[in-house]
Ligand binder design. Sequence first.
Ligand code: FPP
Length: 252
Amino acid sequence: MSEPAPVLDPAGIASGPPSHVAIIMDGNGRWAAARGLPRSEGHRRGVEALRRTVRAAGDMGIGVLTIFSFSAENWTRPASEIRDLLILLRRFIRNDLAQLHGNNVRVRIIGERAGLEPDLHSLLNEAEELTKNNDGLLLVVAFNYGGRQEIVRAAQRVAESVRSGATAPHEITADMLRGHLDYPDLPDPDLVIRTSGEQRLSNFLLWQSAYSELVFLPVYWPDFDGAALQSAILEYQRRERRFGGLEARTAS
Ligand code: FPP
């Protein structure tokens, strides 16, 4: 990958990019409808936007990029759309994995894997396994993911620990619960971007986004690119983060 391009704030002072950017890639369907195209075409163009975004994030020196690729609630969509989305995910892993690996990207998946079709399960494992020693951009793919479900899974693991006698109830802390999330080492996102103009989290990274800066962009996901990412980062850099205190500070 090329040298990270410095991200400039409006005053022209170079400041660091957020370490972790998480994106709710929304608006594929509306992008397609606006052009009289099938929703599947919106999703297909959404994958192209994803490729551009991964490249741009790497070039900007962002450490972690988390993307919401399929929510635990997306199973309620029509079967044909679910099929299209799963085909695209399979294709994305099969076609893009070698290149991601070549670009030193490490891939991790969060979400419920139990119950997925065996070949999809294997593909997700393969993506993680092949790239596990890479130390470039960390690409976290949230698949079959819901923030509430993730917190419930963590609570179940903590409950097991209490039942076995390894933990007393008063020993349960936020740090401990966090340690039982799908990917305990995942840092909190500094910036959560949602495209399409909708302004909600829709069950995405509920635990981790407690102090994230939220930026909502009026662009449909298939039109997202490096410039849109840059504009969200500039907006982020204008924010003052206080984490409940009085002083502005950076993430720890
Ligand atoms: C939201 O658009 C997007 C999704 C439900 C999934 C995002 C999927 C992709 C970008 C393509 C597949 C991803 C991978 C990793 C291969 P929407 O359908 O909710 O749009 P709408 O709100 O306009 O209907």
